[in-house]
Design a protein around this ligand. Structure first.
Ligand SMILES: C[S@@+](CC[C@H](N)C(=O)[O-])C[C@H]1O[C@@H](n2cnc3c(N)ncnc32)[C@H](O)[C@@H]1O
Length: 238
């Protein structure tokens, strides 16, 4: 794909696919250069045969995946503070990817790999039982009921998550949109592989340890909405 991205054709879309615009602002020459030099070095390529495990990608024994990382504030914070973990970040919006690439380059963060298209293609390429944590932080809410089927969290993507998560692996979901929070609780409750871990209200009211927040969360709080943090575990035994 080129930087002058065409939208993904409707017929090519998968369930829970990317529906937004790929780019809104022209990239600076420096950002263009990062797309030509750094991104190809870090980008995972699902057109190649799927790996049998992630040893070929990371020297790290644990791998975390963040889907829709926006400007990458959370992804880079986590990578900086957990050098023993490998991180895969997915973000199809080009201006956001450009922000993350700048930070990765400036700080020489070596434990990040990237994917800049619809996450479902990558999910289907990743090996079984290979990911220790999946973060879906403030996914596009799709407020209107007729658009709810576009929400990234859906039964098909929960099946994809269950396949790639190690047994006991974690799915973290944050949102400020009550209908999406309830939607997620209902879908995970119906999915045999996922168990919600909350026991007291603070478990969903308070952010996780060392939480740096995200750009979208800060906006939500400024606008008076309340974040909710849900943590699910994949079953230990199959
Ligand atoms: C509301 S923003 C939140 C960004 C960031 N997580 C935050 O909290 O600031 C949702 C992000 O998900 C990305 N996204 C939407 N559909 C996606 C898909 N199918 N695969 C990967 N990312 C997707 C969008 O490009 C957007 O950056």
């Amino acid at each position: 794909m080129t930087l002058n991205e065409k939208p993904i054709a409707h017929s090519e879309r998968r369930s829970g696919a990317f529906y937004g615009r790929r780019k809104t602002q022209k990239l600076s020459p420096k950002q263009e250069a990062l797309f030509e030099t750094l991104l190809p070095r870090l980008k995972l390529d699902p057109t190649t045969p799927p790996p049998s495990n992630l040893d070929q990608v990371f020297a790290h024994s644990r791998v975390f995946l963040e889907i829709g990382f926006g400007g990458g504030e959370h992804l880079t914070h986590e990578a900086r503070n957990n050098p023993d973990v490998g991180f895969i970040g997915v973000e199809p919006f080009i201006n956001s990817m450009a922000k993350a690439l700048s930070v990765i380059e400036q700080e020489n963060l070596e434990n990040i790999r990237l994917y800049d298209e619809d996450a479902t293609g990558l999910l289907d390429w990743l090996p079984d039982d290979s990911i220790h944590r999946i973060d879906l932080l403030y996914p596009d809410p799709w407020h209107k009921k007729r658009h709810w089927k576009r929400r990234f969290l859906n039964p098909q993507n929960l099946d994809r998550f269950a396949r790639i998560l190690v047994p006991g692996g974690v799915l973290r979901f944050a949102s400020d949109i009550e209908t999406y929070v309830n939607w997620t609780l209902n879908h995970c409750d119906r999915h045999l592989e996922f168990n919600w871990t909350a026991t007291v209200a603070d478990d969903w009211r308070c952010p996780w340890e060392n939480w740096p927040s995200t750009r979208y969360e800060k906006k939500a709080i400024r606008e008076g909405r309340t974040p909710c943090y849900l943590l699910f575990k994949r079953q230990e035994q199959q």
